[in-house]
Design a protein around this ligand. Structure first.
Ligand code: GCO
Ligand code: MN
Ligand code: MN
Length: 389
């Protein structure tokens, strides 16, 4: 492929999960359409398309029932391919959803033995990630939820989640792993209702932990779009709180099943505001694509999918720079900032200022009189996105 300004580079920090390019297209209605992609081959595929990083669940790499020797061999071979390709492991995670043992949750299960097993499995997944110097550990509680609230009181589930998180933070400290944990919210699927359905719910939960400084969030486009929320707003809240530790990029049409579409392919305008936000604020973390190729594709199509995620990100990044530099857009923004309205400033509360504010007479009609030019501003945005500006 000829390289252009949309060719991914290491500094773009594009990463994919083994489970993303390795997705075999199984869905609730049909079986796999692609052969198994061994982890070593997945890394070669990712290196070939220009990705920087690869992430994995414990069992994407080491099967759940592998013995010590098999684990050792897998780790050795995986390390070899990383060395050979220069691909890095920025993030690791744990699968607490696939095995039948997790049918009613992991950390929140009613069975103390399932909760203990879940914590043990996570500790081992942390060990595995640390062997590859992963700096971020993602926790997605896919099975932490219900079909019926008859099963437990939901506040009990939150307490159990806190207990597990506190334990895992201590383990990370004890082992000197230096992990930043990134909690990933999702409202539903696979459970009818998953606890901690939004990024905002996790942002509060984090403040109740023993080591809030070690824990942030991992917002995902699809998880925000499924219930019709605004991903950029969730990301902005996380960023403003200093908690944007990781991000899952993909796409999703609201109200559908969990689609995991190629980044920017369903709602490129929403993707544009997201990329613009990340670039404007100078987000330094990994840009992780948690998506998979259509079920129609073979592994050439999977490469097209992976290249497409990165290319769309870079195109939108370029468009964001164009937007920021656009003379007419800048003039409109300057015009908006100059309201010409006089008012006592609010700022932090001081008694004297409060009296002035209470006494001030506002001319509501004057405040609402002038058009804000957002129609023009949005159309200029559209012209940029549609490539005619
Ligand atoms: C999903 C989730 C997962 C998690 C992954 C990392 O909807 O299935 O997005 O892909 O991101 O398990 O922990
Ligand atoms: Mn998802
Ligand atoms: Mn995800």
């Amino acid at each position: 492929m000829p390289s252009d300004k949309y060719t991914p580079r290491a500094e773009d920090k594009f990463s994919f999960g083994l489970w993303t390019v390795g997705n075999r297209g199984r869905d609730p209605f049909g079986d796999a359409v692609r052969p198994t992609l061994p982890p070593v081959e997945a890394v070669r595929l990712l290196a070939g398309v220009g990705a920087w990083g690869v992430n994995f669940h414990d069992n994407d790499l080491v099967p759940i029932d592998a013995g010590a020797q098999e684990r050792e061999r897998i780790v050795r071979e995986f390390r070899q391919v990383l060395d050979e390709t220069g691909v890095v492991v920025p993030m690791a995670t744990v699968n607490l959803f696939y095995d039948a043992v997790f049918r009613d949750g992991a950390f929140t299960s009613n069975d103390p033995a399932v909760r203990a097993y879940s914590v043990q499995k996570t500790m081992r997944a942390m060990d595995l990630g640390a062997e590859f110097s992963a700096g971020v550990f993602v926790l997605w509680g896919g099975r932490e939820g219900v079909e019926t609230d008859a099963c437990r009181r939901p506040d009990e589930a939150i307490k159990r989640l806190r207990e597990a998180l506190n334990y895992l933070c201590e383990y990370s400290i004890d082992q000197g792993y230096g992990y930043n944990f990134a909690l990933e919210a999702k409202p539903n699927e696979p459970r009818a209702d998953i606890y901690m359905p939004t990024t905002g719910a996790y942002l509060h939960f984090i403040t109740t932990l023993d080591h809030p400084e070690l824990v942030g969030v991992n917002p995902e486009v699809a998880h925000e779009h499924m219930p019709g929320l605004n991903m950029t707003h969730s990301v902005a809240q996380a960023w403003e709180a200093g908690k944007l530790f990781h991000i899952d990029l993909n796409d999703q049409i609201p109200g559908r099943y969990d689609q995991d579409l190629r980044f920017g392919s369903a709602n490129p305008k929403a993707a544009f505001w997201l990329v613009k936000f990340l670039e404007d604020v100078g987000y330094q973390g990994a840009r992780h694509f948690d998506a998979h190729a259509y079920r129609t594709e073979d592994y050439e199509g999977v490469k097209d999918f992976a290249r497409g995620c990165m290319r769309t990100y870079l195109v939108l990044k370029d468009k964001a720079a164009q937007w920021n530099a656009d003379v007419e857009i800048r003039a409109l923004l300057a015009e908006m900032a100059e309201t010409g309205h006089q008012a006592p400033p609010v700022g932090s509360y001081r008694k004297e200022d409060a009296s002035r504010l209470l006494a001030h007479e506002f001319d509501r009609a004057a405040l609402a009189a002038k058009g804000l030019r957002y129609e023009r501003l949005d159309q200029l945005t559209m012209d940029i996105l549609l490539g005619v500006r």
